[in-house]
Design a protein around this ligand. Structure first.
Ligand code: TXA
Ligand code: MG
Length: 407
C-alpha cells in the first residue's frame, strides 16, 4: 500500500524513511512528512521538476515561495556556497551566515523558526523554490523524523504545509491524506504534530529585523536574543496597525479556511449575547445556519446554553477534546427517530483553556467540523496579549474568519 504507516504510536522505521528518500531523489511527486509544527509536503529543493510537483499537488499559487528544510548547518553552508565552476577558483570568499542569525540559530534551531537568507548566485535551489525572490527561507526542523528524512535524502527539502492550498494546515497524516489522496504517493506518519501552528518566519536581512509570519517562536522570545531586541512586526493582522503590503507573500492569501463560514468572537465576549446571536442565526433562513460548530476555549466553559428548540432535536453533542487521538475522534450520531433533514445539530468542541492545547487542537477542530458538514463555526477567541502563541492562534483565526465580533 502507498499509505506508509497507518498504525499509531509506531516508531518510524528506517525502511519507510529509505523508501521516502528514494522517491524524493528520483520522483517528481512530492512526499508528505511530519514536522514539529505541521506536516510538510517535501521535494528535492535542487530539482525544478520535483518542486513543480509541490505546486501541482497543492494547487498553490506559484508566487508563494517555499521554505527549504535542512538537517544540519553543514547542509545550509553548502546552499550558501554552491559548487559552481571549478573548485580551484578559490578567489571568491565563502558566503557565511549573516552574523545576526548566529545567536538566533544557537537558541532556536532545530525548531519552529524560519530565517530569510540571500540566495547566492549560481544557487543550487530550483528557481521555483524562491518564486524568483533574491532570498530564500530556511529552517531546521526539530522533528527527528523530518531530519532523518532530509539526511537520508541527502538533499535540502522544499516543503510547504501539506494541505491543499487555502485549507487549514495538516497536523496529522490523516489530514494530509484527506486533502492530497490521489495526488501524492507517500505520507510518512509520525503522529500528531506537537506545536500545531507553522514556524515563525523572520527577516534579519533588514534593519531592524522583522517577523514576517508569527508562529511557534514568539516575538518576546526573539527579543531576548542579542541583535533582535527591536524586532518589528512585518505581517498584517486585524489588531496591528501595519499598513505595508505583507512581505511574506503567503500571508496575502485566504488561508487556514474550512468550508464553513467562521464567526470569530473576541475574547471576553458575553456568553449570553453569543448564545442569542447563535440562536438568531439558527432561526434566520437567510443566514442558512443549519448544522453548526462551536469551538470554545478559555471562558465559555459552561457551553452556549442552546435549547432543544434551537437545534430542534436536542442534539447538542459534546465532542470530547480528545485531540491527541484524532484517529478515534468520535463522530456524533444523530439521535434515533430524527433522521429527517430538518434536524439541526450543534457540535460543541472545547479545546481547553491552555494556550498550548488551543494551538495544538485548532486546525484539527476546524477540520473535524468541516467533515461534519457544518454551515457556520462559532469560535471563542483568546486575547492577543496572552503571549506569542496566543497571537499566532488569533492570526490564523482572523484569516479563517469572515467576521470578527465583540458582543
Ligand atoms: O512550519 C512551517 O514553516 C511549515 C513546515 C512544513 O515546515 N511550512 C510552512 O510552509 O508553513 P508554507 O509554504 O506553508 O509557508 C511558507 C511561508 C509563506 O508565508 C511564504 O510566503 C514565506 O514562508 N516565505 C518563504 N520564503 C520566503 C522568502 N524568501 N521571503 C519571504 N517570505 C518567504
Ligand atoms: Mg501553508
Amino acid at each position: 500500500e502507498w499509505w506508509a504507516d497507518e498504525r499509531k504510536n509506531q516508531t518510524p522505521e528506517s525502511k519507510a524513511i529509505e523508501e521516502a528518500a528514494n522517491l524524493l531523489r528520483t520522483d517528481d511527486t512530492p512526499v508528505a512528512f511530519p514536522t514539529e509544527t505541521v506536516y510538510g509536503l517535501g521535494a528535492d529543493a535542487t530539482r525544478s521538476g520535483a518542486v513543480q510537483g509541490i505546486y501541482r499537488a497543492k494547487q498553490r499559487p506559484s508566487d508563494n515561495p517555499l521554505i527549504v528544510h535542512v538537517d544540519s548547518l553543514d547542509m545550509l553552508d553548502r546552499l550558501l556556497n554552491p559548487s559552481q565552476g571549478s573548485p580551484s577558483s578559490t578567489k571568491t570568499p565563502r558566503n557565511s551566515l549573516p552574523p545576526i542569525y548566529a545567536p538566533l540559530i544557537e537558541r532556536f534551531w532545530p525548531g519552529p523558526l524560519t530565517i530569510i537568507l540571500p540566495n547566492p548566485s549560481g544557487s543550487d535551489l530550483a528557481p521555483e523554490v524562491t518564486s524568483n525572490l533574491t532570498t530564500f527561507g530556511a529552517r531546521m526542523p526539530s522533528s527527528p523524523l523530518a531530519r532523518l528524512l532530509i539526511h537520508a535524502t541527502d538533499r535540502p527539502l522544499a516543503a510547504p504545509s501539506a494541505n491543499a492550498s487555502t485549507k487549514p494546515s495538516p497536523t496529522t497524516a490523516q489530514h494530509v491524506h484527506h486533502d492530497l489522496k490521489g495526488r501524492i504517493d507517500l505520507i510518512l506518519d509520525g503522529g500528531p504534530s506537537g506545536v500545531g501552528v507553522e514556524s515563525t518566519v523572520v527577516d534579519g536581512l533588514c534593519d531592524p529585523p522583522a517577523v514576517l509570519r508569527p508562529g511557534g517562536i514568539g516575538i518576546e522570545e526573539l527579543r531576548e536574543v542579542p541583535g533582535w531586541e527591536n524586532v518589528t512586526v512585518g505581517y498584517r493582522d486585524g489588531t496591528l496597525d501595519v499598513k505595508e503590503i505583507p512581505r511574506a507573500p503567503g500571508m496575502k492569501y485566504r488561508h487556514y479556511s474550512p468550508k464553513a463560514r467562521v464567526v470569530l468572537f473576541k475574547a471576553g465576549s458575553d456568553l449570553a449575547c453569543v448564545t442569542r446571536h447563535v440562536q438568531h442565526d439558527l432561526k434566520d433562513t437567510a443566514i442558512g445556519a443549519h448544522n453548526i460548530g462551536i469551538v470554545r476555549t478559555r471562558e465559555w466553559t459552561q457551553g452556549l446554553g442552546l435549547a432543544p428548540d434551537d437545534v430542534m432535536a436536542s442534539t447538542i453533542t459534546p465532542i470530547s477534546a480528545a485531540i491527541n487521538d484524532l484517529v478515534s475522534f468520535p463522530i456524533p450520531v444523530q439521535p434515533t427517530g430524527s433522521s429527517n433533514s430538518k434536524t439541526k445539530v450543534a457540535y460543541d468542541y472545547h479545546l481547553g483553556s491552555d494556550t498550548g492545547s488551543i494551538a495544538h487542537g485548532l486546525f484539527a477542530a476546524l477540520r473535524a467540523l468541516d467533515e461534519l458538514d457544518v454551515d457556520v463555526i462559532y469560535v471563542e477567541g483568546i486575547s492577543d496579549s496572552d503571549g506569542d502563541l496566543a497571537a499566532a492562534v488569533m492570526n490564523r483565526l482572523r484569516k479563517a474568519a469572515g467576521t470578527e465580533m465583540k458582543v
